[in-house]
Design a protein. Structure first.
Length: 396
């Protein structure tokens, strides 16, 4: 049986926040799109992900009409705590750069975007299988897949966007000779837990300790997200609740008496670290966005924020390219997006290497890290750099 055909202007592979935000911004400009994803909507909503939004992306959600729920249910954070030597040191974002970040889980961002696309009557197809992208250098690139009802589908478009994550099909469809990968694997990971407990601190606490890194984050008044540095091959199932709490408590322990409020552990997982950039972000009439083009360690809270920054630039470039009927305009997208990507790579790498204990590190290495942390919190210039990078740079 011949596949069912759909014609659209922009085909988007990936219905995460990047793909849905792009579809939303294009619709506001009068540009139609079709979005496909192999995951179901409930599966995406059940995946626990990042929780920090830059102020610029909060404005993007609200001013573009996606939702104002972030202002009702999210929580603004005007700083973070850097904890080392058994003491906490606050970096005050508002005082330093007049900005803040918002604690608002990525799953909520996704839900807001999915609801907005549903209200707008958009064509978003979840739960597809066998996705392939074809004819990327032709005038009508295509997306081939089987939909959730088992019907073979073919979507043809003017421009195709790969927003399907680091393991998606789009980047893999670019010939190796046409892409360059910049990559770093880290010799540690994060052991992440969700716990049923009240917050242990008003803002995020980034901890450097002799036992390794720990991050104390929040989700709601009754659910918290916490991480501690571990071996990448650590087995989460081998850790009892008592062992998890003992590990976290010893990493935040100090003479000031700070301790964590404990409760049942409801989820545990190991998150590997890597830095990755694919250049260029265009191949023929396909463009890459979000994790399909780059990933960062989570230390700097940049993954989701970079993906939204990508599509903010991409939507504007696509609108001009289509209005002028000049695909040469698409060449602007990659260089503009990559300027921010590489700044975020540097910041994430800096935060990661400053706070984590690297296997095989010497006493000199540890004392150097402590000196670097002291230089950040004791210097207005050092604190300002961290505050500016963490809260986000201006749009590209």
């Amino acid at each position: 049986m011949a596949p069912a055909h759909t014609r659209t202007t922009v085909g988007i592979v990936g219905a995460g926040p990047a793909g849905l935000m792009l579809s939303h911004l294009l619709a506001r400009a009068g540009i139609d799109s079709v979005v496909v994803d192999h995951r179901t909507r409930p599966a995406i909503e059940a995946t626990s992900r990042a929780g920090i939004l830059e102020a610029g992306n909060v404005r993007l959600l609200t001013e573009s009409g996606v939702s104002d729920r972030v202002h009702r249910e999210g929580r603004p954070h005007a700083g973070i705590e850097l904890r080392f030597g058994g003491e906490s040191h606050r970096v005050d974002f508002e005082a330093l750069v007049g900005s803040n970040v918002w604690l608002y889980p990525q799953t909520d961002v996704f839900t807001d975007l999915a609801d907005a696309r549903e209200r707008g009557g958009s064509d978003v197809r979840f739960g597809v299988t066998g996705t392939r992208v074809v004819d990327l250098t032709g005038d009508r690139p295509g997306i081939l897949f089987t939909d959730a009802d088992g019907v073979t589908q073919e979507v043809r478009c003017d421009i195709l966007v790969g927003a399907d994550g680091s393991r998606g099909v789009c980047r893999a469809a670019v010939p190796e000779a046409a892409r360059t990968h910049f990559f770093r694997e880290y010799p540690f990971a994060w052991f992440g837990v969700l716990v049923e407990a009240p917050p242990s601190a008003a803002e995020l606490v980034y901890t450097h300790s002799e036992h390794g890194f720990a991050l104390i984050s929040q989700r709601t008044e009754s659910v918290q997200r916490m991480y501690f540095q571990c071996d990448p091959d650590e087995d989460p199932a081998a850790w009892s609740e008592d062992r998890i709490w003992a590990e976290l408590q010893q990493r935040v322990y100090g003479a000031d008496g700070f301790s964590l409020k404990e409760g049942p552990v409801t989820d545990r997982s190991v998150l590997r670290f890597r830095s990755f950039v694919c250049e260029p972000m265009r191949y023929g009439n396909m463009l890459l966005a979000g994790d399909a083009a780059h990933t960062v360690p989570p230390t700097g809270a940049k993954g989701l924020n970079l993906a939204l920054a990508d599509v903010r630039v991409l939507a504007e470039v696509l609108e001009r390219a289509l209005a002028k009927r000049d695909h040469g305009v698409l060449d602007e997208y990659g260089p503009r997006a990559l300027r921010r990507v590489w700044r975020a790579q540097h910041f994430s790498y800096w935060m990661t290497t400053m706070l984590h204990r690297v296997p095989g590190s010497t006493d000199f290495d540890v004392r150097r890290q402590l000196g670097e942390l002291a230089g950040v919190v004791d210097s207005t210039a050092g604190s300002t750099y961290l505050a500016e990078a963490y809260t986000g740079w201006s749009a590209g």
